[in-house]
Write a new protein. Structure first.
Length: 154
């Protein structure tokens, strides 16, 4: 909250909340998929220790609440970037399909573009409808379902 009781969109970061350079490097590497011990070594921590010692130290570092929070934030940022790129590509493809549907040289290209555009909104879905009007008892249906489950589950 600010002085006038309005929520603040900015967060003040105390010196105690900041990560060291090595911690930040470690968090970046882990968030991008590196194994803990590999990230630990690449970040410049204890390059000559035993594997066991490095694994333990990397695990402790990952358990640090500030480091863990930073890893999660980086992963969230990466995911948001991925979604943004995906949305932009989708918009581009839809725009190009619309242009093709309006300006294509052949009828076939226009129809295909319209078909693909229609599929993006679920207009042309393949549906198989069966209408079984056979009268059956609940016990018969149950027995049939049990047989199918046994076949599927082995």
């Amino acid at each position: 909250m600010t002085k006038d009781n309005k929520p603040s969109h900015l967060k003040l970061v105390d010196k105690e909340e900041r990560l060291t350079g090595k911690q930040e490097a470690f968090a970046q590497l882990v968030a991008k998929g590196s194994m803990l011990v590999e990230a630990y070594r690449e970040a410049g921590y204890m390059p000559n220790g035993s594997d066991k010692t490095q694994w333990e130290a990397a695990s402790r570092l990952m358990a640090n609440s500030k480091v863990l929070a930073r890893v999660k934030q980086i992963q969230a940022d990466i995911e948001e970037d991925r979604r943004t790129i995906e949305r932009r590509r989708e918009e581009y493809v839809l725009k190009r399909l619309q242009e093709e549907a309006e300006q294509a040289d052949t009828d076939g290209a226009r129809v295909r573009s319209l078909e693909l555009l229609g599929k993006t909104i679920g207009m042309f879905t393949d549906r198989v409808e069966t209408d079984d009007k056979t009268e059956r008892a609940a016990s018969d249906i149950e027995a049939e379902l049990r047989q199918k489950l046994e076949r599927l589950l082995g």
